[in-house]
Design a binder for this molecule. Structure first.
Ligand SMILES: *Cc1c(COP(=O)(O)O)cnc(C)c1O
Length: 246
């Protein structure tokens, strides 16, 4: 559904302000860490927000868009296609949420990158989806659990090398690196410091897997301090989501 014009203008102004603020935070964090701001990709996580917001973000030059549920992503992509002129660049879609095996083939038909691969069962479906769709290799981040609690997703650090090998063996997939979410109630510097060590271990085995997907609205600066190359920001850009949505 298209919101009325006045609402659309207000929302656009909100997104302009929020995007400028987050880009500023990211620039400050990079400067403090002695890093080039171009070494960090800002992914706008638009879950629960409408296709019109994605359209506005694209107009503002935010081309990397994150979603966490396949069904929502598929619907939003169709809506966006109806909104955008054919010559407008489409987003690079990043799938960041927990992935169910039966959805992996679908995700592979639209995603540029999947950040949440945490078990071997997902790998074949992703590769098959890419192959069937005739798409270029899908970028894969292996999600690591920093507290060893499997309920929240992520492979335990000791199982990372094996899973990374399974991903790297698929010609349709390109192993990019690791992803993690800082466990609730822990110091993000400690969490992301640990992740940086895990990432360094992975690079010894797979030198091309040099990316780190870490940092959300609340802990972006800490993630950048510890080498994050992909920050996934929802709330700070789009606003608060209803509490039951992960
Ligand atoms: C929702 C989500 C984000 C964005 O989180 P915010 O705190 O809203 O910035 C990042 N990563 C993942 C995996 C998510 O599910």
């Amino acid at each position: 559904m298209e919101p009325p014009d006045g609402d659309r203008q207000l929302r656009r102004a909100e997104l302009v302000g929020a995007l400028a603020a987050v880009r500023g935070q990211l620039a400050d964090a990079c400067a403090a860490a002695g890093r080039d701001v171009r070494s960090v990709t800002l992914i706008a996580v638009t879950k629960t927000y409408p296709a019109t917001d994605v359209q506005t973000l694209l107009e503002l030059g935010a081309l990397d868009i994150g979603e966490s549920r396949d069904q929502e992503a598929v619907a939003k992509i169709a809506e966006l296609d109806a909104l955008l002129a054919p010559d407008i660049a489409r987003p690079r879609w990043h799938f960041v949420g927990r992935l169910q095996s039966r959805k992996s083939r679908s995700v592979a038909t639209y995603a540029t990158a999947v950040h949440s691969v945490d078990r071997p069962e997902l790998v074949r479906g992703l590769a098959e989806g890419v192959r069937r769709a005739g798409r270029p290799p899908l970028e894969v981040f292996v999600q690591v659990s920093l507290d060893g609690d499997p309920a929240r997703g992520g492979v335990r650090a000791d199982a990372l090398p094996g899973l990374a090998d399974v991903v790297a063996a698929e010609p349709e997939l390109r192993l990019r690196g690791v992803m993690a979410v800082a466990p609730l109630g822990t110091d993000p510097d400690q969490a992301f410091g640990g992740l940086a060590q895990i990432a360094a271990g992975l690079r010894e085995r797979h030198p091309g897997a040099d990316a780190i997907s870490a940092g959300m609205s609340a802990d972006l600066a800490a993630a950048v301090r510890h080498g994050s190359t992909h920050v996934r920001v929802g709330t700070a850009l789009l606003g608060r989501r209803s509490p039951d949505v992960g």
